[in-house]
Design a protein around this ligand. Structure first.
Ligand SMILES: *Cc1c(COP(=O)(O)O)cnc(C)c1O
Length: 218
């Protein structure tokens, strides 16, 4: 754990009005508690099973962010739902989340994940697909969901020009679809990780998801 790095990042985020999500996947409950005692309340996990095991033994005022790809048959474990699901990456998942939310009589907060990277492996809607989907009003058929914004991951590369281009593309995508959503709800651009959070913040990120810079290498 690098508390000095944590304080530095936390200060930067505070100045820029960016929410810092500490990505605690693979970290122990004690590591999470150590950061909690520094005042950190937003934590991100990418696997539902791991999240459930941890959250049950951790303080109830933690805001949990689910940031990883979710299989539709796992949505039934989102009870109670996390603070925010960053990985709304396809229609079939949106439908499954809505169904589960209605079953629970709750609202699920969801970000729409956009594929901005060059890499084949990354999940998410294409920009065109998302514009098409939201401009035609299809997102309104999910009363169990509150769409809070967009999320994206840049290509894993040292080419910071490429990274900044990809973050710009996500920002542009956000600007293009925001008119179709509720302006008081749809406000988040979740982008930036350990290797590129400074670029992401320059490009208008409202939420960064940072693991290894704070907790050390995984
Ligand atoms: C692991 C992960 C992060 C954090 O990655 P670091 O490089 O450790 O900061 C951010 N976002 C997602 C979706 C992740 O899976």
């Amino acid at each position: 754990m690098d508390l000095e790095a944590y304080r530095k990042i936390n200060t930067l985020c505070g100045e820029q009005d960016v929410r810092l999500v500490a990505v605690s996947k693979t970290r122990t409950v004690n590591e999470i508690l150590e950061l909690y005692h520094q005042g950190q309340r937003d934590f991100g996990e990418n696997r539902i099973q791991e999240w459930i095991e941890k959250k049950d033994v951790l303080p109830g005022d933690i805001r949990w962010h689910l940031i990883g790809h979710i299989q539709t048959n796992k949505v039934k474990f989102l009870s109670p739902p996390p603070f925010l699901i960053h990985s709304g990456d396809r229609i079939s998942l949106i439908e499954a989340l809505n169904k589960e939310a209605e079953k629970q009589g709750k609202k699920f907060n969801v970000l729409l994940q956009v594929k901005i990277a060059q890499e084949e492996s990354k999940y998410g809607f294409s920009v065109d697909e998302l514009i098409q989907w939201s401009s035609s009003g299809q997102h309104k058929q999910y009363p169990g969901l509150v769409f809070k914004g967009v999320m994206g991951m840049a290509t894993f590369t040292d080419d910071m020009l490429q990274v900044s281009r990809e973050f710009k593309a996500l920002r542009n995508c956000f600007e293009r679809i925001v008119p179709f959503f509720s302006p008081s709800e749809f406000r988040e651009i979740s982008m930036g990780m350990s290797g590129d959070y400074d670029v992401a913040i320059e490009e208008g990120s409202t939420m960064v998801r940072i693991g290894s810079s704070i907790f050390g290498p995984r």
